[in-house]
Design a protein around this ligand. Structure first.
Ligand SMILES: [Zn+2]
Length: 202
């Protein structure tokens, strides 16, 4: 699904500074305040705008960043990824091709490093681990690259599968809902009506 220039400009503005008011955003992008509010609600519903976070610099707090490269047994990388994701020191982790994981850990003291490496190495499915302690940072930009002509992967609100091509857009309760096919559209509409009736009868 393609995002139009209003969506892109809103995402750019929010990625720079998520604390701007809807009024400031409306002025910057050149649309009305209700348009800003509707577009943001929509970007949130699509999971594209996934949250609003403060950017806190771990190095200013004397914390150490460590990059981990983890090689896993074939077909075990997802399970290892889920296990690593539970460790509080691990701040993000991704699986790459070839059953490997890349992760960043942030440690309050370097003495915690050997304990962390022990935990990682003893995780079921891990074959080998390399680690690199960060010494100097050159860039740390937010991760999405925002330019015009963005297209987004949208998951069907009914079945959760990612929608190939143009989604079916359903306007209900002042919001846009995205469906992959007419049968999901029918099921979703029925479910929505049931939910509305249930919440009214409460
Ligand atoms: Zn569907």
């Amino acid at each position: 699904m393609n995002l139009d220039s209003t969506d892109v400009q809103l995402l750019q503005a929010l990625q720079e500074d998520a604390r701007q008011s809807f009024r400031d955003l409306a002025q910057r992008v050149g649309v009305s305040v209700p348009t800003v509010s509707a577009r943001i609600a929509n970007l949130e519903a699509l999971g594209i705008l996934a949250g609003y976070h403060a950017a806190i610099d771990p190095e200013k707090l004397g914390q150490t960043r460590v990059i981990l490269l983890v090689t896993c047994r074939p077909n075990r990388a997802d399970a290892v990824g889920r296990a690593l994701a539970k460790f509080p020191e691990i701040r993000w982790t991704i699986r790459t091709r070839g059953s490997r994981l890349v992760a960043e850990a942030v440690l309050r003291r370097t003495t915690g490093l050997s304990a962390l490496l022990r935990k990682v190495k003893s995780t079921d499915g891990v074959l080998a681990t390399q680690h690199h302690v960060a010494e100097k940072r050159f860039k740390d930009a937010p991760r999405a690259v925002l330019s015009t002509a963005l297209s987004a992967t949208v998951a069907c609100f009914e079945c959760g599968k990612s929608i190939e091509g143009q989604p079916i857009k359903l306007r209900l309760g002042g919001r846009t809902h995205y469906l992959c096919c007419t049968s999901c559209e029918r099921l979703y509409r029925e479910r929505y009506v049931r939910m509305q009736t249930a919440s009214k009868s409460r």
